[in-house]
Design a protein around this ligand. Sequence first.
Ligand SMILES: *Cc1c(COP(=O)(O)O)cnc(C)c1O
Length: 851
Amino acid sequence: MDKATRFRLEARPRIPDSLERLHELANDLFYSWDHGVRNLFARIDQPLWQKVEHNPKLFLRRVAQERLDEASQDRAFLAEYRRVLSNYDAYCESEPVPEVTEYLDPDKYRVAYFCAEFGLHESFPIYSGGLGILAGDHCKAASDLGLPFVAVGLLYQQGYFIQSIDAQGHQIARYQSHTSDELPITPVMQDGAVLKVSVPFPGRMLTARVWQARIGHIRLYLLDSHTEENTAEDRELTLQLYGGDENTRIQQEMLLGIGGTRVLDALGIEPTAWHINEGHAAFQILERCRQTMGKHDLPFEAAFEAVAASTLFTTHTPVPAGHDIFPKGLVEHALSPYLEQSGLNFDQIFALGSKDGGESFNMTSLGLRGSRFHNGVSRIHGGVASVMEGDIWPQIPAAENPIGYITNGVHVPTFLAPEWASLFDIQSPTWRSELRDPEYWDFIDQIPDYHYWSVHKALKQQMGEFVVEQLRRQHERNGTGHSVTERMTRQLVSPDKDTLIIGFARRFATYKRATLIFSDLDRLERMLTDPERPAILIFAGKAHPRDNPGQHLIKVIHDLSMRPALMGHVLLLEDYDQAMARYLVSGVDVWLNNPEYPKEASGTSGEKAALNGALNLSVLDGWWGEGYDGENGWAITPRDTRLDPEFRNLEESRDLLDLLEFEIIPLYYDRASQGYSKGWVKRSKASMKTITPRFNAQRMVMDYVERYYHPASVQGARLMANKAREARELAQWKAKVREAWSGVSMSVVGCVDAQCAYDETVELRVEVVLNGLAAEDVRIECLVTPDCTGSHEASGPNRFILEKEGEQDGRTLFSAQVPPPYPGLQTLRLRMYPYHPALTHLLEMGSMLWV
Ligand SMILES: *Cc1c(COP(=O)(O)O)cnc(C)c1O
């Protein structure tokens, strides 16, 4: 045996002068959505490009010198190189779109976006799933639109795990370290040295290096604890995404929130609106309070008001595993040194994160209390989050609390297959700047059906080849016999048959119910293996390494895929990542999603599929609750959540199989002489044209600009104006109200039920014990709703404000003349809540009294 020690030597090529700017292209995540850039690298050495997993920086280190030299002499290549560069330069020089400047003048405003993961491209594996991809898409769209915007995250040396699935169907998690010179990042330099920030941790300072990633017009700053100032253990703090235990997690989150805010401060970046994307980053609130207190000589309460007024918090899931909850002892241990040095009081801070007065600290609660703008990520989820987090505003009806929603969207240039983009270019060349205009997308109908279908078929073919390749590799490694892989892939490699392909790929979290479709195995088997009208199911996804039930789902699907009867009709691919997602969403015919309602906050993979002409078959949850219009896919109506879960599963799976058997399969195979189904193409076009302009990331980011980034910037500045006059006043006023509120009461004077002619008014009078508050500190209103709506729109209630009339025996009288807004019978309700003109949301204090 060869016992010699091995040394590694890497001989790096010299980039020819004429191709010098390849370095620049490799260092801008512009490549993650620009196919021209990626093709350029692939053209130099296609097999190497695959081998380095589409990583341009690694590619430039490994590529053979001759290849580069050849390319530098190849006139066709050089022409393409120049075309790609001029495209890149035009992008870099492009101005913000006018709507952005209107709301966020770059000279005045800037948005900071914090998130624990960013899914920009498969070559940069610092994401695990939907949240990360969404954050990546948000940054990309912010760049496209020209927002004044910076993002902040953590650099994980190993990132999320690489998945393999062994011959028994077990998930094997493997971690791979990445060095900074193979990632699209550069160190941030300041005064000739790498920028570092420190955060007080128990018994030590934790130091982090700062990196930056270029995403077109914007910058993503990433913190990394792998630096010599730290102990060996601390260097590993940012080793893995969602790795380690809760101690690791809280420390990572301190680094992200506190350290991340320090990075912006060190760089002199002064955001006017702060977006906390999911609870992981909520500790930024503490550091911003500390900085505001110090810079403006403010008490904590006033600083807190100003910080909250300029902050948006987005919650992304109703599933408990998505919310970090830390025990009190851990929080106290981890945060105390920082709080002590900052002059912040532990009990006060702890109260911000406590839920139900308990002994644990909830990062979502901290995010919600520390912000005045809050949203969920679809209409349904906004409603669910309002109820779930309703305890933050205990006396406010959930429907009226300040949690709104903006439905997630996907970055079109990243996920739309270039073949579709070329077809759109022929049909309607300005489509790229019309991503927010639903009517514009009617042009899809003008595309000839045969042309439309040929693009889909080509993409399906590409995906088929990718899947076959992937399965062969996977099963060869596992030692599965050649004849088995042959049978497994036979269906896929016969394009003349054009078999219906259904895709299901996402994290294997149990609420996504990956195995729902197998509830009636005999029936499914009959459908999939019908010799005339067969179908293939493709599954892919990772389960969190500590999620055993999730890993069990993988095993179940693996075992089914190996059954002789289903062989070739159920396929399971390992190591789902963004590259695989792009293949699947653009190559399948149907995209299946059957989560347990209402747990899919939004879901985005179905949006990616729809852009590419695949039809969604999904539970009406998340984005599909808004996206489905009866003609652009198929819907499974969720059963009442109060029913037995087992029963719900059976019912919904029956709907799923019914749709497949009676609608989807017949429509797909309804082929006349043209070789494809006219009805299918019609539906597919309806899906593409209705979904693309509504569920893309540009629409989403513009919604954030108008509804949150602009108002938060204005409100934050308002509270800080004139030496933070309003922030101080508001904080003092809130303290006064909190003190007094439990002693406040209200009662009606005189008769309540009344009759009047339709053109008369009724007088409402209440007397109020204000318990030391002034009449201006409260608002009393009467809500009127029609009892019998009749021909009336069932819109919101009519509202009348009662004004102060006088005082009597320590009580304050309020009254209003109310003209009945509706004919006939109507209901009047009276309520009171604290009021101050500097409030961001009328009901933000969460206090309300009803008569
Ligand atoms: C889009 C995407 C997701 C999110 O999928 P959902 O259907 O929203 O769960 C997860 N992982 C990858 C790689 C994606 O591209």
